[in-house]
Design a protein around this ligand. Structure first.
Ligand code: ZN
Ligand code: ZN
Length: 413
């Protein structure tokens, strides 16, 4: 019997409360930085399992289980929900108006708690230190940084490796991994451009910021299409354009909210330079009376998986789940703030994807080419991972990945 099999021997007995915990969290979602109930629930469970519990960054919770000599592995789950009104109709749907676990962070919390319990109960089968870290506020890109700023690296043992997973619209019963970029870097940018206000009937007295902003919107469409090498990944979206109050008043300013996504830091700096040049150039040509303002907010780092760590986790998954259950992940255009945690310690990491959709439903949509239309994605009000086998797979993935450091399977060729 492998060490993983020994630790996972108690899995079936634990899945009942893991499902209950998932449904409880799903009914009671909490927004970013407001995860008070969730944090208390996590603290109580970890303390009950025998972990040393540390609070960090307000609602962040870390459980440390020291179990003799050996490596240290850190596994992370995020805890926050979204300002989305749930439309799933599930019996355990959100009971909080306008708030929903629409990104599956309730899956992450309940599966990491399940893994933490099994690691504690199975400590005779491994050696080293296991750290279960629960971070707040992933959705606003603030939670991992809040934990780092609150002394994470000083208060928690330095891990050798950091691990995380995210439930995705893929068949339940599968995990997928990839080395290199798995999630994009994301930057939000608020740009304010200035005009000269006047009566709507007297445009000759004005510098019209509405026309200026409109030409910026169009010109910015050339950044990806004309300045980035074809085949490089880059997204530029202008998500908001705000100006004016009334049809007969030319306002004195306009505000644009931009979002960019990249995998390559060089592509990112090329895009930012192009945006600044185009905005300044259009302001100059409009005779804008004041330099535009650029303000960054909601910034997410690149998530780029370490090749050796990913190879080790992929081998452990393949050996445990069988090759058919382990896929190659396509890099996602979404972003995450997880990497601030391993970066605070200067250690490598991998972030894998966990399937959460009923396999038959997924395969049917896939064969008709309608996955993006018929399968609700993360952040959708219809997002509803199936409990089985998603929760079981999520618990096992955490245990199997951690044990590949803490109790390497020497029987594997
Ligand atoms: Zn999300
Ligand atoms: Zn998420």
């Amino acid at each position: 019997m492998t060490n993983a099999a020994k630790v996972l021997a108690g899995l079936e007995a634990e899945l009942g409360w893991v499902r209950d915990t998932y449904r409880d969290l799903h009914r009671q979602p909490e927004l970013s930085l407001e995860e008070h109930r969730t944090a208390r629930l996590v603290e109580d469970k970890l303390a009950g399992f025998g972990y040393r519990v540390v609070r960090l960054g307000g609602t962040g919770v870390v459980g440390v289980l020291a179990n003799g000599d050996g490596p240290t592995v850190l596994a992370r789950a995020d805890m926050d929900a979204l300002p989305v009104t749930e439309a799933t109709g599930l019996s355990y749907a959100s009971e909080v108006t306008g708030v929903m676990h629409a990104c599956g962070h309730d899956v992450h919390v309940s599966t990491l708690l399940g893994a933490a319990k099994l690691m504690a109960d199975g400590r005779g089968a491994w050696s080293g230190t296991y750290i279960a870290l629960f971070q707040p506020a992933e959705e606003v890109g603030a939670g991992s940084k809040a934990m780092v700023d609150d002394g994470l690296a000083a208060k928690v043992p330095r891990p050798d490796v950091a691990l995380a997973q995210h439930v995705m619209p893929a068949p339940a019963g599968t995990v997928s991994t990839t080395a290199g970029p798995v999630l994009s870097a994301g930057d939000s940018l608020r740009i304010t451009v200035y005009g000269k206000g006047a009566h709507g009937s007297m445009p000759h007295m004005a510098v019209d910021p509405v026309v200026l902003a409109a030409s910026i919107v169009l010109r910015l469409q050339t950044v990806v299409s004309r300045e980035i090498r074809p085949g490089e990944f880059a997204v530029l979206t202008i998500g908001a354009l705000n100006a004016g109050t009334k049809s007969n008043i030319i306002p004195d300013r306009a505000e644009l909210l931009l979002n960019i996504r990249t995998y390559d830091p060089q592509v990112r700096s090329t895009m930012l330079a192009a945006i600044e040049r185009i905005v300044k150039g259009e302001c100059l040509s409009a005779e804008s009376p004041r330099e535009p303002d650029f303000e960054f907010y909601d910034q997410f780092p690149l998530t780029a998986n370490d090749a050796a760590v990913t190879e080790q986790v992929t081998a452990a998954f393949t050996s445990h789940f069988g090759p058919a259950a382990v896929g190659h992940a396509q890099p996602q255009t979404a972003s995450e703030d997880f990497s601030h945690i391993p970066d605070a310690f200067g250690v490598p990491y991998t972030f894998w994807l966990l399937g959460g959709v009923d396999p038959a439903t997924y395969r049917a949509a896939e064969s008709q080419g309608t996955v993006s239309r018929d399968i609700p994605g993360n952040h959708s009000p219809f997002f509803a991972p199936v409990l089985d086998p998603t929760l079981s797979m999520g618990v096992q993935a955490h245990v199997v990945a951690a044990l590949s450091w803490l109790a390497p399977d020497t029987t594997r060729p």
